[in-house]
Each structure stands twice: as C-alpha cells, then as structure tokens.
Design a protein around this ligand. Structure first.
Ligand code: HEC
Ligand code: HEC
Length: 335
C-alpha cells in the first residue's frame, strides 16, 4: 500500500468513527428526551388517576386519612433506579391487601386511633379500573409527581338539583327519629359538607366517603365516636389526634383477651407498657358495665406509627347546636 492510499483510508476510517460517534451522541440525547417525555406523560396520567381514585382515602396532597400518607420520602425516586419501591407500589395498588376495605378505626387506650382498613384492589386483572399502564402511571406519579397539582383535577361533585331527592338519598341515623336525621341532613347540605363528601353516591370527592361513617368504629363506644366527630367538625385543623396514626395490615378478628379482674385501667400506665412496633397494643372498653365487670382487655396488633400531614378540611361556621346534631347523626349512620 502506498503512503497516500494509506492516509486516505485512515481519513475515511476516522470520518466514519466520527460520524458514528456524533450519531450516537445525538441518539443518546434524543432517547433521553423521549424517555423524559415518556415519564412526563406517565406522571400526568398518574396524577389524573390519583385525583379520580385515590384522593378520597389518601388525600389530595397524599397526606393520608382513611389510607396512610403516601407523600413519604421513602417513596420518592426514579422508577428505574428504585425498582423495589416502584414494584411495591404497583403491586399494592393492583392486588390490594387482604382485609376489610371498609374504614375501620379503633381508639386505643392512649387515645390514639389505629386503622384496620385494607387497601382495595385496583388492577383490571381483578376486575378493577386500572390496567398495567395506569398502575405504572400512578406509581410513577407517587414517586416523581408534584402533589400540589392533584387538587385541581379532582372530579366535580355529583349533586342532584332537586333538594328533596338529595335529602332522600342521604342515609338516616340508626336510632334517631326521622325528624332528627332530616335536620342533620339539611345541615350537611346547607353548610357545604356535601361539596366535599359523598354519601350513597351523591356529593363531592375531596374527602372520604361518609356513607357509613357511624360504622367506622365498632369497638369504640358510639358516644366516644360522636365526641370525636363533634370535635373534628368544630375545628379540623386544630385536631392534634385527628385520625389513625397506626396502620395495620392485620386482617383477622379484633379479639378480646381477658386480663383478669382488677386489670389496670389507667391510660398512662398502659401508655408506659405500650410496646414498640410489631406487638399488640391494648385497649380497655370503657362503656359497658358488663365489660367493666369482666375486666376485659382487647389485643390489637399495631405495626408502625405514621402521623398524618395537616388536614385539608376547613372549619365551617355553624352553631354549637348544629354541630351537635351533625355529630349525633354521623356517629349513627350505618351503625
Ligand atoms: C377505600 C380507601 C382507599 C382507596 C380508595 C385507596 N387506598 Fe391505598 N390504602 C388504603 C389503606 C387503608 C391502606 C393501608 C393498608 C394496609 O396497611 O394494610 C392503603 C395503602 C396503600 C399503599 C401502601 C402504603 C404503605 O405504606 O404500605 C399504597 C402505595 C396505596 N395505598 C396507593 C393507593 C393508590 C395509588 C390508590 C388509588 C388508585 C389508592 N391507594 C386508593 C386505602 C385506600
Ligand atoms: C373543602 C372540603 C371539605 C368540606 C367542605 C368538608 N370536609 Fe370533611 N373532610 C375533608 C377532607 C379532605 C377530609 C379527610 C381528612 C383530612 O384530609 O384531614 C375530611 C374528613 C372528614 C371526616 C372523617 C374524619 C377524619 O378524622 O378524617 C368526617 C366525619 C368529615 N370530614 C365530616 C365533614 C362534615 C360533617 C362537614 C360539614 C360540616 C365536612 N366534613 C366538610 C374535606 C372537607
């Protein structure tokens, strides 16, 4: 090979390598951009999905109420790099968790609330509304999305125009007279609760569905639940112990365990004995004389404390009588 030819070949080879390199570099950015757009699209779909299906239980800011807070640092990251978190979220939303998806809160002797509500099933493989694309989207949103955007996309309330029809749809309180229920239902509509809460398929989708809010607690005496609801309605943002702090995957019965007569009744003493996570916490039912006589303790497994973020429910102006009537009714719907 002559020297000249050699140089020509060398130049050609170099030109080829260069073009290829430049092509690869451009391809890299092009793909990175496509990838970015792909994630933007997923996050957007996920945000809409969250607004439609998840806000009622997890809150518009992911702050938690019926379901635990999801705006937690441990969930943040990129789905590609934090595969475990991503898979965990997708699986939880697709398959749900065993147990009752009906809200179930019980008050512990410390005065704190524990939740025994399970996550419902959302995957279309189980007949739910979300196919794999939307499951991935909602998980991506939880990991990468902007929580402040959800609020604007919550579906509008469904409220019949006819007032009588609306009042008719709202449930009555067990053990209340027709008149007492009606009075409370009118307050619920006129004070705007209906704009954020659904009952029997009518109302808003900002806060939890309250169709059977009276039955959310079963071991907690109705008067305690009523007192909680009344305090809650009076000034939600001021409630320190507003809702569950302990979230359990426990799906069995909530048993009573006899602790013998003369069992310790002092809440502070129980608090001292409060075990670390993963073990039972006890609560002494305080309402009925029969239970008093037996000195019965209840054993409930409690896994992990996860305090909720600030509430989004405002304090609505109304009279004390109106609050009392509302709480009396709420504590007895579905009970
Ligand atoms: C009926 C109320 C309800 C609805 C609606 C709901 N969730 Fe849940 N979710 C829960 C409850 C309750 C838990 C806690 C269950 C447990 O720990 O067993 C939970 C748990 C979760 C968890 C696991 C959190 C953890 O710390 O382990 C994720 C993730 C989750 N939900 C995402 C969603 C998404 C996304 C949607 C909407 C598609 C949704 N949830 C709709 C009630 C609900
Ligand atoms: C602007 C929307 C909005 C309005 C209006 C509203 N709520 Fe709520 N409510 C919420 C949200 C959001 C939650 C979920 C809890 C949270 O985010 O802190 C909630 C929770 C609740 C709960 C569940 C208890 C708990 O501890 O979470 C009850 C009961 C309730 N509201 C009753 C009412 C009643 C009664 C009214 C009318 C006086 C009312 N709400 C008005 C948004 C609203």
């Amino acid at each position: 090979m002559s020297g000249r030819r050699y140089i020509v070949v060398l130049v050609l080879v170099w030109a080829l390598i260069l073009t290829w390199g430049v092509y690869l570099a451009f391809e890299g950015t092009r793909m990175a951009r496509a990838e970015e757009e792909h994630y933007e699209d997923l996050v957007h779909r996920g945000m809409l999905t969250f607004a439609e299906h998840c806000v009622v239980c997890h809150g518009a800011m992911g702050q938690g109420v019926v379901g635990p807070p999801l705006n937690r640092e441990e969930f943040r990251g990129h789905p590609e790099e934090n595969r475990d978190v991503f898979d965990f979220i997708v699986q939880t939303v697709r398959d749900g968790r065993p147990g009752t998806t009906f809200p179930r809160w019980e008050r512990l002797m410390t005065g704190e609330w524990a939740s025994y509500t399970a996550m419902p099933t959302f995957g279309s493989v189980h007949g739910g509304p979300l196919n794999e694309l939307y499951l991935r989207a909602v998980a991506t949103f939880i990991m990468m999305g902007d929580w402040t955007q959800v609020g604007a996309h919550i579906p509008a309330p469904t409220i019949p125009e006819d007032r009588e029809e609306l009042l008719e749809r709202l449930p009555n309180g067990t053990g209340l007279t027709e008149e007492e229920s009606r009075q409370a239902k009118e307050i619920f509509v006129d004070r705007g609760c209906i704009a954020c809460h659904t009952m029997n398929g009518v109302g808003g989708k900002v806060g939890p569905d309250l169709t059977q809010v009276g039955a959310w607690t079963q071991l907690t005496p109705v008067h305690e639940w009523e007192a909680f609801l009344r305090e809650w309605i009076t000034n939600p943002p001021a409630m320190e112990n507003r809702a569950p702090k302990y979230w359990s995957n426990y799906s069995g019965p909530l048993p009573y365990a006899a602790a013998g007569a003369g069992a310790q009744r002092d809440a502070s003493a129980v608090a001292e004995r409060l075990p670390a996570t993963g073990s039972p916490v006890e609560r002494l039912p305080q309402d009925s004389a029969a239970e008093d006589a037996r000195g019965v303790w209840m054993q409930i497994p409690i896994p992990e404390a996860r305090p909720l973020g600030p509430t989004q429910m405002p304090a609505l102006p109304m009279t004390d009588e109106e609050r009392a009537a509302l709480a009396r009714w709420l504590a007895r719907i579905g009970r």
